[in-house]
Design a protein around this ligand. Structure first.
Ligand code: ADP
Ligand code: MG
Length: 684
């Protein structure tokens, strides 16, 4: 007897090898299998008379095999099976390449369903390698809307479709509904069983839409409950309140006066830390808004209270940069500061670890190394994570668990529309720095196409001639991606630039390099030993190179708006007039509209709101910029209304049953608890 937790090997047709291939996709149990949603669907629901089909059309036809299939061997490695099939309206030549076994699957005079692309040449129609099955097959893959799944090596659609069909037949009736009945009713959602059945094998497109809406709602609802619960739990967690030292001493030691927004964020965070509850606060501020100073102020406060702080950056190079800058600022005030990163020698690490354990350090700055298992802290009281979208919730908690309920400050430069922030940062309080330090210049932004290349090269030359540096960013090409446009590869592009400008020093960082080599090239650029840096990745988003005044983004249409904004934030950080050039040959309206927004405004929040309006929330979830567990369906889109509705309902439910202890909430509670433990939420 199978249930939801039964291993997928239980399914007919899934042996050891196929099971391993499925495991690769995160599918282990029957529950995983039926939660493995299709990537897209093919509409094979209606049959067309052969004579009505048009060239290049994907169609289903129902036809009788009119002659005995002939197998011929054209040459070594090339077998062909050929026959003709007819219906009342006409005939079609069917050909299979290198599938000699199909010869015996067809019997002359019997009726089959075929799905595939029609080619028309003169009066003749043909189909190559169509999907086929006998017309009287049950649970077939023609004559209906068919699910198409993401595959891994060793799997095929037919196998997965049949496996999911069996999975559904086995356990559809066991699936516990995580949504309370009153929510299903008040939000007019489809029933649970209906949703699972129709997300895989939709009866029609209307049923598919109902199923999708229900399952997206469910995902977001579970997430909202999980975050809401985390928030509840932490509000109840008490900590020893800090005694607020007078900040004027700190402010007086700064080389500039802080903006009103910076001060407000500091005050809000201080109020948390002095309240007796644990702080869990997000500081959201555009690139260059001065978030580091907010962190510095809180570190200083902890030091005044005799407490230790840890500052976690996503990359070596950022850790180094913060280490240099914060040391410059805080050491003269008396703080003892150390660095801990993976790249340090074992001996150096040992020394720092000893100091951390004995509490002889007031601030440690580092990378993931900060929460490796052999690091112990005495009195860790404040944990700061920078650029938090690069850390998963789990990594954050790994560091938090090193202290006894330390205060947590998360800093993010990814502007998130308020509607989404509700969900994404559901477990945090938020301070927004909505003001830039005075005297910041706007980065002039232009969208150009290939025809500007010569002028663009002239501009690079001019900038470098006056001593400025240039960033060039190329999109990362995903593996297995079917490309319709030619993308600039970073390595090729760097080589082309080096040839174009023999007098300039060109460096390149790309995704396949080792972290150490990447950091070395970055360091050369930071120190001014390179004029042009070509990069594929946006790993180094936080890097500060005040001398860089030109940012060129190739195939700009391939980047999300928020990403473009982040990249642009790398220039305009010094006294020099700075420029951002978006190179794109994309002609579609949406791409043009998006690039135009970039040219029109430098305001990150406005850009993110526009992006949300243009593309819907799927992009925000899809880009995994939030550190939350992976969404299955919400990644694919959905709309803001569903998001808000799920959030509201979750809140109402938690008010009624804070701990999800009621028996009717058991399934929900289990899902909520699985959410953060099962998903791999690290994406570094
Ligand atoms: P981000 O918010 O992107 O992390 P940073 O903290 O790196 O921004 O600050 C960007 C730059 O602005 C730094 O060089 C920092 O010294 C400077 N800065 C921060 N606050 C102020 C301020 N109030 N006035 C002038 N410059 C400031
Ligand atoms: Mg920063």
């Amino acid at each position: 007897m199978a249930d939801l937790s039964t291993d997928i090997r239980y399914i007919k047709g899934i042996g050891e090898k196929k099971a391993l291939a499925l495991n690769k996709l995160g599918v282990f149990s029957l529950h995983d299998l039926i939660s493995y949603y299709p990537r897209r669907y093919e509409d094979r629901s209606s049959f067309k008379p052969i004579a009505m089909t048009m060239s290049d059309e994907n169609v289903c036809i129902q036809a009788i095999v009119a002659d005995t299939p002939r197998l011929s061997r054209i040459r070594r490695g090339l077998d062909i099976v050929k026959f003709r099939a007819v219906d009342e309206s006409g005939s079609v030549d069917i050909t299979y390449f290198n599938q000699s076994y199909v010869k015996d699957q067809f019997v002359c005079g019997e009726q089959y369903n075929f799905y595939g692309k029609i080619e028309v040449k003169g009066a003749r129609r043909s189909m190559t390698n169509p999907v086929h099955e006998k017309s009287d097959s049950v649970n077939g893959v023609t004559g209906r809307i068919v699910p198409i799944y993401r595959l891994s090596a060793g799997l095929n659609q037919r196998l997965l479709q049949q496996a999911v069909r069996q999975g559904l037949d086995q356990c559809l009736r066991f699936i516990p509904d995580v949504l309370p009945a009153e929510v299903v009713e008040s939000c007019q959602l489809a029933q649970c069983g209906f949703a699972y059945e129709n997300i895989h094998f939709p009866a029609d497109f209307e049923a598919l839409e109902l199923a999708r809406r229900r399952l997206i709602f469910e995902e977001l609802f579970v997430l909202a409950c999980a975050l809401g619960k985390m928030r509840e739990e932490r509000v109840r967690e008490s900590s020893i309140p800090l005694k607020a030292a007078d900040m004027t001493e700190f402010y007086a030691a700064l080389p500039f006066s802080l903006t009103g927004a910076q001060r407000r964020a500091i005050e809000e965070a201080l109020a948390d830390m002095c309240s007796g509850s644990v702080m869990n606060r997000l500081v959201q501020g555009d690139v260059g808004s001065g978030k580091t100073m907010v962190a510095a102020a809180l570190i200083w406060q902890c030091w005044k209270n005799g407490l230790m702080s840890a500052y976690m950056a996503p990359t070596e190079i950022l850790a180094e940069q913060h280490y240099v800058n914060l040391s410059k600022l805080l050491e003269p005030m008396g703080l003892r500061i150390a660095k801990l990163t993976g790249a340090m020698s074992a001996k150096e690490k040992r020394q720092v670890k000893a100091l951390l354990q004995s509490g002889e350090i007031d601030l440690v700055i580092g990378t993931h190394a900060l929460f490796s298992s052999d690091v112990e802290y005495k009195n860790l009281s404040l944990v700061i994570t920078d650029e938090q979208h690069r850390f998963g919730v789990k990594q954050r908690s790994a560091l938090i668990s090193k202290g006894a309920k330390p205060h947590v400050l998360v800093m993010s430069a990814t502007p998130i529309p308020r509607t989404l922030a509700l969900i994404i940062y559901g477990d945090l309080d938020v301070s927004v720095i909505d003001e830039l330090p005075p005297g910041r210049q706007k980065v002039d932004t232009f969208a150009v196409d290939e025809s500007y290349r010569p002028r663009l090269n002239g501009f690079i030359k001019k900038q470098c001639a006056v001593g400025r540096q240039v960033f060039v960013v190329c999109p990362m090409v995903e593996e297995n991606e079917e490309l319709t446009v030619k993308l600039k590869s970073a390595q090729e592009h760097a080589a082309a630039l080096a040839a174009q400008f023999p007098e300039l020093r060109v460096g390149c960082v790309h995704g396949r390099m080792k972290a150490k080599d990447k950091d070395a090239v970055m360091a050369d650029f930071v120190s001014g030993e390179l004029d042009i840096l070509v990069a594929t990745t946006v790993i180094e988003v936080g890097v500060d190179v005040p001398n860089a005044a030109l940012m060129i983004i190739e195939n700009a249409e391939r980047f999300g708006l928020s990403q473009l904004h982040q990249l642009r934030g790398r220039v305009g950080r010094g006294e020099h007039k700075s420029y951002c050039i978006l190179v794109s040959d994309a002609e579609n309206e949406e791409s043009r509209a998006r690039l135009k927004i970039m040219c029109d405004t430098n305001d990150g929040f406005k850009i993110s709101e526009e992006d949300l309006r243009l593309r819907g929330p799927g992009d925000f979830f899809g880009s995994r910029q939030h550190g939350l567990p992976e969404m299955h369906l919400a990644d694919l889109g959905g709309d803001v209304n569903v998001l808000q509705k799920a959030q509201t309902e979750a809140k109402l439910l938690l008010e009624r049953d804070e701990g999800l202890e009621l028996p009717e909430h058991r399934a929900l509670k289990e899902r909520v608890e699985r959410l953060f433990t099962l998903s791999s939420d690290s994406f570094n």
